[in-house]
Design a protein around this ligand. Structure first.
Ligand code: NDP
Length: 300
């Protein structure tokens, strides 16, 4: 079950039991199968109906995604997770979208319905739950500095505003992408101040107590630059880095060196996955089993 499959491997064979899957390209580093399989194994001990639920991973190039979604729906897959680069493409392929996911323009969780796929985005929930759990801070009422303007930042910015943060500052390297994100979230602000800037040139009047969320990919590789110099904020309330591999980025190391509460993105990954499994199963799911399996899959 842990191997990487293509749709050709599946053919027109309806899978036995209740099938779930993650689609991505590349997909071989995904730890979602380990997390979901651990949860389903535990759930089956108390509820035998979960004993035949399985979670596969498919490598699907983006140009094949629309056809893949049609095929997997026809084969009766109960639910799908979507990861890079499919979240935005899928938004236009699904039959219907959860209202909370509409402003994001991207979906990461699909539920089978007779009419077609119903799309959700569980990344924002994952982020909000992880930040509250790890840093003890709700997004609601916080002054937030969001680093990045890509897909993950888009979901994070929408979540911050939907949760009614007190203010949102967005910093991004490329001015064009920053402008696009600011335009996307402007209709959601509803009185919340939203500002954008280049992280190399932070404004001098940034609030002292910003909660900093890194949604850039700067930090995935050891040679990456810091996405933001923490010296620009006097007493950061905390630093959450969506990156979880490596487990400590330069940004998190800098936060730790300054005694600032900090956490990596593993908890977000776990909580977005737990929410997806709840959507598919209709029951609450064992988050601790998912966390343990995720850590083990990463060799932690
Ligand atoms: P995108 O490719 O859509 O966006 C990348 C962002 O990172 C852009 O804002 C880009 O800036 C910025 N960036 C890239 N390289 C650098 C650099 N060297 N210096 C400064 N900024 C840089 O990626 P995603 O938004 O999908 O993902 C971003 C990160 O979030 C990834 O590391 C991903 O693994 C992580 N993630 C974690 C999740 C979790 O569950 N923990 C869930 C989703 C994502 P520019 O616009 O200037 O190019």
């Amino acid at each position: 079950m842990d191997s990487v499959l293509t749709l050709q491997d599946l053919g027109d064979q309806r899978p036995a039991g209740t099938a779930l899957a993650v689609l991505g390209h590349p997909i071989k580093h995904s730890i979602s199968p380990a997390m979901h399989t651990a949860a389903l194994t535990q759930m089956a001990r108390s509820e035998p109906r979960f004993a035949d639920w399985t979670y596969r991973r498919f490598d699907v190039p983006p140009e094949e995604l629309p056809a893949a979604l049609i095929t997997l729906h026809a084969l009766g897959f109960r639910g799908l997770n979507l990861t890079v680069p499919h979240k935005i493409i899928a938004f236009d392929c699904v039959h219907s979208v959860d209202p909370a996911a509409r402003p994001i323009g991207a979906v990461n969780t699909l539920l089978w319905t007779p009419e077609g796929w119903h799309g959700y985005n569980t990344d924002g929930y994952g982020l909000a739950t992880a930040v509250a759990e790890e840093l003890g801070r709700p997004l609601a009422g916080a002054r937030i500095l969001l680093l990045g303007a890509g897909g993950a930042a888009r979901g994070a910015a929408v979540e911050c505003l939907q949760q009614r943060c007190a203010g949102l500052w967005i910093a991004n390297r490329s001015a064009d992408n920053l402008r696009q994100l600011l335009a996307l979230v402007a209709p959601l602000a509803d009185g919340i101040p939203v500002h954008g800037f280049n992280p190399q040139h932070p404004p001098t009047d940034l609030p002292d107590d910003l909660l900093i969320i890194n949604a850039t990919s700067a930090g995935l590789r050891p040679e990456d630059p810091l996405p933001f110099d923490l010296a620009g904020v006097r007493h950061p309330a905390g630093v959450y880095d969506m990156i979880y591999n490596p487990p400590q980025t330069r940004l998190l190391a800098a936060a730790a060196a300054h005694g600032v509460p900090n956490a990596n993105g593993l908890s977000m990954l776990v909580h977005q996955g737990a929410r997806a499994l709840t959507i598919w199963s209709g029951v609450s799911v064992p988050v601790d089993a998912m966390r343990t399996a995720a850590r083990r899959a990463l060799g932690l």
